[in-house]
Structure formats: structure tokens, C-alpha cells
Design a protein around this ligand. Structure first.
Ligand SMILES: O=C(O)CCC(=O)C(=O)O
Length: 277
């Protein structure tokens, strides 16, 4: 899709960087300018076949869209759409990620995803995001990847604002994954990992304005309630790793079958470097 606008992505404050290091996540109000967030939402609406005026699915959905009970997503939308690419591969994004996870060799993007958690009237993809840690999906020597999750429209708690188990990433334990228990509620997580109640505090579901973002590390337990509102929840999430990280050879849906050398770098077109200035 074509567009002419340039995204305005702001830098991080010292307080935000400290919060991330201490808590494993950080809320970034006004991270991307709201106008550009709305532009991305419009592009996403068209890929997902959603007509805002009538609040219906038009039936035409891009073949890149995957549907599930939890959310509908379009992985690597930046390969198709320059407007998304200008955010996930922006030099300011590189500077921001470097502040949180410095690497002299640079930063790679592992995956970027435009997603929508629809509302009940649409009837699909409105379920809760089960509580999980991300690093199971990424078999890398430096497990601490970062995900930047940008709201493309307002997100209220009822729409499924993200929640984080602050403190859950500090200890040397991990959730089993995939967890056969249905960890879609806070109580089910505490029941499965009772010691968490002593070490972790759960944040309330976050309210986002268009362009607000959170960045979380891949060890923190996080999830989201389902969308019980009457509006879709739109977001764009990109996951970054330090370029010096190496492939461990373990199972991972992004790395399986790519012919990556165990112990080698992620030199593969699926994992491009971010530009530096
Ligand atoms: O969008 C959500 O509800 C969850 C996203 C998530 O788990 C992630 O970005 O790591």
C-alpha cells in the first residue's frame, strides 16, 4: 500500500529505560504519533477485510492473514507494506532498542506482526491471550529478546489491554511451554506456579491511546483478557534481538527449517538488521 507520511517515533526517557530494566516491561505513552498509528490501522483494516463504517468483515481478506480464536494476525507485514516497515525498521527504533539491549553489532528484527483481537459481534479472534513467556519461541543464545507492542487505536481494559507479571522474569525458572493447562486467567497462573504470588505483582490491563506502546522482555509472563468490548483491538508488534545472538538449534516456529547453523548467527533474510545512522 502506498502512503506519503513519515512516522514520528520518540526516544525513551532515562526513567523509562530504568523501569524496563527493573520491571521487565515499560509503558511508552505517545511512542508513535497518533496520526501514523491511525494510518497503520487503516492499512490493517484493509488486510483483515474489516469495514469500519459498517463494523463488518467484507469477506476479502489478504492471504497473509492467519485467524485463530485469540487474534487474527499478519506476520511480516513489513515485507509487504512500506508504512509498517518505516516503523519497525526505523533508525529511531534501532536507537531505542539499543538503549534497552545494547549490541555493538546491531539489532535484528525477528518478526513483526499486525494483529486484531476482534469483538464478539464479529465473532472470531476475540479470546484471551493465555499467559506465557516469549523466549520459548526463540531458540537463541541470548534469550532476552524485546517486543515492542504499539496500539493502532485506543485500547481499553475491556478490549484486552496487556497485563504483565512484574518480577516474574527475574528468577531462574520458566513456565513449561506449551503449557497444557489453560492459563487464561490470573488465578490459573498462580495455581500452576504458586511461588509467583510471593515474587510477582500483576499490572492492571493497560489502557492505550493510538500510538502508545509497551516494550517487554521475553522472560516476563504476560497475557491479555479477551475483547469483551464492542470495538476491535488493533496493534502492531515487532520483536528484536541483539545481532550477536546465536541459534541454539532447539525447536522454534520462526527458525525451524531455515537451515541455520547451530551456534551461528541469524544470518537469514527472515531476520533483517535494522538500519543505523
Ligand atoms: O497481543 C496480545 O494480546 C499478546 C501479545 C504478546 O503476547 C506479545 O507481543 O508477546
Amino acid at each position: 500500500m502506498s502512503h506519503t507520511a513519515e512516522p514520528q517515533i520518540r526516544s525513551l526517557t532515562d526513567g523509562e529505560v530504568s523501569h524496563f530494566h527493573e520491571k521487565g516491561w515499560v509503558f511508552l505513552p505517545g511512542y508513535l504519533d497518533a496520526e501514523y498509528a491511525s494510518l497503520l490501522r487503516e492499512h490493517a483494516e484493509s488486510y483483515f477485510g474489516y469495514d469500519k463504517a459498517t463494523d463488518t468483515l467484507s469477506g476479502h481478506r489478504d492471504p497473509g492473514v492467519n485467524t485463530s480464536g485469540i487474534a487474527n494476525d499478519f506476520m511480516r507485514v513489513s515485507n509487504r507494506d512500506e508504512a509498517f516497515k518505516q516503523v519497525s525498521f526505523n533508525p529511531q527504533t534501532e536507537r531505542n532498542i539499543q538503549q534497552l539491549r545494547p549490541d555493538g553489532e546491531g539489532i535484528r528484527c525477528l518478526i513483526d506482526v499486525a494483529a486484531v483481537k476482534f469483538h464478539a459481534a464479529i465473532g472470531e479472534g476475540c479470546g484471551p491471550t493465555n499467559y506465557h513467556q516469549d523466549f520459548h519461541s526463540f531458540p537463541l543464545s541470548q534469550a532476552l529478546s524485546l517486543t515492542c507492542w504499539i496500539a493502532l487505536d485506543g485500547v481499553t481494559p475491556e478490549m484486552g489491554g496487556m497485563r504483565f507479571f512484574e518480577g516474574s522474569g527475574r528468577d531462574d525458572w520458566m513456565m513449561t511451554q506449551p503449557d497444557t493447562r489453560d492459563l487464561d486467567g490470573l488465578q490459573s497462573v498462580f495455581a500452576a506456579y504458586p511461588w509467583l504470588s510471593e515474587t510477582a505483582t500483576v499490572t492492571p490491563p493497560i489502557t492505550y491511546q493510538p500510538g502508545d506502546a509497551t516494550i517487554h522482555n521475553s522472560r516476563i509472563i504476560h497475557g491479555a483478557p479477551g475483547n469483551s468490548s464492542d470495538r476491535p483491538r488493533w496493534n502492531y508488534a515487532s520483536t528484536y534481538v541483539p545481532a550477536s545472538c546465536r541459534y541454539t538449534g532447539s525447536d522454534g516456529f520462526l527458525t525451524n527449517g531455515l537451515g541455520l547453523a547451530v551456534g551461528g548467527r541469524l544470518d537469514h533474510p527472515n531476520f533483517p538488521m535494522l538500519p543505523r545512522v
